[in-house]
Design a protein around this ligand. Sequence first.
Ligand SMILES: [Zn+2]
Length: 425
Amino acid sequence: MTENDASAKALAHVDEDRLLELERDLIRIPSTTFEEGEIADYLANYMADLGLEVEMMQVANPKAPGSFTRQPVGRLAGAGGGRSLMLNGHMDPGIEMSGWSVDPYGAKFEDGWIWGMGAHDDKGGIAAMITALAAVMRAGVRLAGDVLVCPVVAHKHGGAGTRALVEAGILADCCINLEHSANTIATACVGIQIALVRTRAPDLFFRYNAEARAAYMNPVEQQAELTRRLGPSLTPIAPDGWLSFEPHPDLPGFPMHCIDIIHKEHYFHPDHTGLSTRECELEFQLRTVPGQTVESIRADLQGLLDAIAADHPAFDAELVIPAPGQEEIWNLAPMLIEKSHPMVVALAEGHALAAGAAPEVSGSGRLGNVGDGNILAAHGVASLQYGPGDIRIYDEWPTPDERVRLSDLVTASKAIAYAIPRICG
Ligand SMILES: [Zn+2]
């Protein structure tokens, strides 16, 4: 069987009914971040029934020492000599927002749409990837390279599940990271860094002396000056400004920042943070472009703080990046893969056959988003992000009434089924 025959056969074996059934079963099992045990067991059994070797892996919750969740790793061993491929999708859906018009765990299916928590983020992706590999197996295709099937935990906690895979040495030559991209192939994705700036000033009372006043700049006003110089949130950062970067054509508008948290206490009021009255803390995130690193961002931000201090001698700010506690969470390098990479080419061909039109290959379907593929790419695994579901149909994200078209799940599953023999040989 030639590779193309094998791919066409695999595509033809995608079972739409089983795909729908798997997706609905997954939606019915709540699987909040670090509470993925039940869905992990379900998927482990499902993959074992398909004939995969399955191993269950414990993953520690860095937020709660001594507490663990689990994720299955399915493996279809190849005959040897081919590229290995990881299929990676996260089992934990996002935040359950208020305002659902249907049961978020009811898996309603009507007019071609499937509704529920994680319908496309990322249970739809998991259902599509497993159904794709099942099709390859049912088609009788023998692969050279291994396929690893990794439904992971805790994407919404910065990818703790995928970080655990990396730590255990469970890697592959390349990875299709199932993430809702409206079935476009994302070859470029932003990175994310969270920075904390702590400003300080003595706590002056109104009857200050002149010398004390001269050495004083209110900690909140210091942050106000910083936020003024950062520019408005969710607005493209101009090149040749405070941040050094090379704009990437597939990530228009980025890098970008957003102010997330500001904390200041006062001794007349109950304490919420443990900060002293003399301090103010600001946390903001940056979504970065390829070429930016934590070191380059740290240098740029320190330069900005130094420039403020040059104009305001009482400005007293300390920068911490990654922000404390974020070192292994929202600290992700940008992801980039060549559009000519064989995995990208194979998936694009599969998508074109399944959908009847070539897919968009760019950064648009994941613009502003990060996926666990960012983590794998940083560890040498050539990664792309691809999957059914389009967050642009909602007014906000996270959203109530998450939903995905069955036809989009089928397209993704067929595209991946076609790509697997081409990638793994
Ligand atoms: Zn996701």
